[in-house]
Design a binder for this molecule. Structure first.
Ligand code: ZN
Ligand code: ZN
Length: 621
């Protein structure tokens, strides 16, 4: 054993002033004891203790403690040691002091691979745009070989910026260096490709990876969900379970989002049960996606039950619930929750305001909408984004204040989006305002030249105002241009299986039965004063076949099938890829009355709850 050396240059007791290190002393009190009492092998103990403290500072993000350690390292002359330097870079990075990390890195006379990796990681973690890539290039120029960690860090930075070109180059680099089959590199690559909406490339990488882990699967699932491939996400989740991969919170919330988008309530419920079993239901992101899922599947009561069950609610949860209420046109509930969250000490953020404004718009509450918009700007100091303006244009338009809506668009500091012009055009249809309809349509034709819906809407407005020449002109443009109309499709889930129907469907195995049942239903409803209203939907077809087409709109086929297959005590839930037309809306109201069934239709815009001959939307959609 080395003799004890007291109070020399390296003696521990002369050491660090711990006053500033309360975080550390709480975390690791025995370290202080070491510092005070032990005087064995001081050089070694000193440096290794300091290194240990540095790591602790990084972990607890204590910049004050970290700087104190740095000062001591200089004092004991160990500052330039490679290991210590790497630890210092890491500590500064974790404390978000990237400039200090960079300074330390630049000072190093000798860098090992780890130093480069730590520095690149620091730049990526702190989202310093492009810097990680620049450092990587510098590394190449200096001839330092890289490894799988270097590449994955730089790729992470590319993901933030959706830099697909750089990603492709790095992909090539990794193939050249034979690290492309590495699990980390593969996962990072597929993450960037998915983020840049290049799902084919992401899928190819996923397929070719010799080794995958739970993160790989969960990244792939998130990619599918973000890019709208919900069925694929569900399938992947099933496979991940079969392969025995452990679920993580990301995976669960991705798959719940997929269920929400597909409105597959049965799968959604299963994943919900799974998340409870594995304890993820306490994760705020998982819970909020479950609340959202039930709301999107038309079960707003279940959403609220889950929301109520959470003791400590985060802003994410409040927002999810308010948005759920808004979606279901429960404007009053949304507003009450908006007040309640503030009573509990949460400030509404941009997301909250989008939801309350949406609630106002769905119920045609323009005064309340304006009130919230002003509150947001004046009281909560939030600057309204495109989404908020979009809601306001909708609110004013639906209330018939079309001039005001147009003025708002003109006043905005950014360009109007197609959805804004779309909602203005839709409002013009309700109020028969040709002047603004033409303005909105002109913008829309420029922005989305191939969208037939805009032409049809404009033609509808002309037709309603008996401007037959203009109707003919619009229809001609529709016929001659390269304009596609999205085919109306509705789907319904029965006994774990999704049945989809297109307008005039012929392929469903029970289609003959469905048409027969629908025809007899229409005859029954005619006794309740139902008329097939051809004014509601102007297809680009001749008048004679128009009635036939309207009769066979996809949602009518889906509801008929639902009536045939589902027991009478459960609500029928239908999804549609387009806005529900006026005729089908009327039809659903009457069916709900005639059959005493609850019908829930989710179209592109919102939910319609039909019950006893009424709809929750009150005619606003
Ligand atoms: Zn219809
Ligand atoms: Zn409705």
């Amino acid at each position: 054993m080395k003799p004890l050396r007291r109070c020399g240059r390296f003696c521990a007791c002369s050491g660090i002033r711990f006053r500033n290190l309360s975080v550390i002393s709480e975390a690791k009190p025995e370290l202080l004891e070491v510092e005070k009492d032990v005087h064995v092998d001081p050089d070694f103990t000193r440096v290794s203790n300091l290194q240990y403290l540095l790591q602790l500072c990084a972990k607890t993000r204590s910049s004050v403690g970290g700087r104190a350690c740095h000062a001591q390292m200089i004092r004991v002359g160990f500052e330039m040691d490679i290991l210590t330097s790497n630890m210092l870079i890491n500590m500064y990075s974790k404390c978000s002091l990237v400039d200090d990390a960079r300074k330390k890195f630049n000072e190093m006379p000798v860098k090992s691979l780890v130093s480069w990796n730590t520095m690149i990681g620091a730049l990526t973690q702190n989202v310093v745009e492009q810097e990680a890539l620049i450092l990587f290039i510098q590394m190449q120029r200096e001839g330092t070989p890289f490894n799988e960690f270097t590449i994955s860090s730089v790729l992470c930075e590319c993901a933030f910026r959706c830099a697909i070109l750089e990603c492709m180059q790095l992909h090539a680099f990794s193939i050249k260096a034979s690290v492309d089959s590495n699990c980390f590199v593969g996962t990072s690559l597929l993450h960037v490709y998915a983020k840049c909406s290049s799902m084919k490339d992401a899928g190819r990488i996923f397929q070719s990876m010799p080794e995958t882990n739970a993160v790989t699967w969960s990244s792939m699932m998130a990619g599918y969900v973000q890019n709208g491939f919900h069925e694929e996400a569900l399938l992947l989740f099933q496979n991940a379970q079969l392969m025995g991969f452990e679920q993580d919170a990301f995976m669960i919330s991705s798959v719940v989002s997929a269920c929400a988008s597909l409105a597959t309530l049965i799968e959604g419920k299963q994943v919900h049960a799974m998340s409870c079993k594995s304890g993820f239901d306490s994760n705020t992101y998982v819970t909020s996606s479950i609340i959202d899922m039930y709301a999107k599947c038309g079960c707003i009561k279940e959403s609220y039950l889950i929301f109520q069950g959470v003791e400590v609610k985060s802003i994410v949860l409040w927002n999810a619930m308010i948005s759920g209420f808004a979606r279901h046109a429960c404007a009053l509930e949304a507003m009450i929750l908006f007040e309640k969250m503030q009573q509990r000490g949460f400030f509404p953020d941009e997301v909250t305001y989008v939801s309350v404004l949406n609630a106002c718009s769905h119920m045609g509450l323009h005064e309340e909408g304006q009130k919230y918009f002003d509150l947001m700007v004046k009281q909560h100091n939030l600057s309204p984004s495109v989404r908020h303006y979009s809601c306001m244009v909708d609110i004013l338009g639906r209330a018939g204040r079309i001039q005001q809506a147009y003025d708002l668009i003109e006043r905005m500091s950014f360009d109007a989006t197609n959805s804004m012009w779309g909602s203005l055009l839709a409002s013009c249809r309700i109020y028969g305002n040709i002047e603004f309809a033409e303005i909105a349509a002109k913008h829309l034709f420029e922005m989305e030249p191939n969208n037939a819906g805009n032409h049809i809407l404009l033609a509808n407005i002309y037709a309603a105002n008996k401007k037959w020449e203009e109707v003919a002109r619009t229809r001609k443009a529709l016929r001659e241009g390269d304009i596609r109309k999205e085919r109306g499709t509705s789907w319904i889930e029965i006994k774990n299986k999704i049945h989809s129907f297109t307008v005039g469907e012929r392929n469903h195995p029970q289609i003959e039965e469905i048409y027969a049942k629908l025809d007899s239903l229409i005859e029954e409803l005619k006794k309740l004063n139902y008329k097939v209203d051809t004014n509601n939907d102007l297809h680009d077809v001749e008048e004679s076949s128009k009635q036939m087409l309207l009769r066979h709109h996809s949602e009518k086929l889906a509801i008929t099938f639902g009536l045939m297959c589902l027991p009478s005590n459960i609500p029928i839930r239908i999804m549609k890829n387009l806005r529900i037309c006026g005729d089908c809306h009327e039809f659903m109201k009457l069916v709900s009355k005639f059959t005493s069934r609850e019908i829930i239709v989710r179209d592109t815009n919102r939910f319609h709850h039909f019950k006893d001959g009424l709809c929750s939307c009150g005619g606003f959609w």
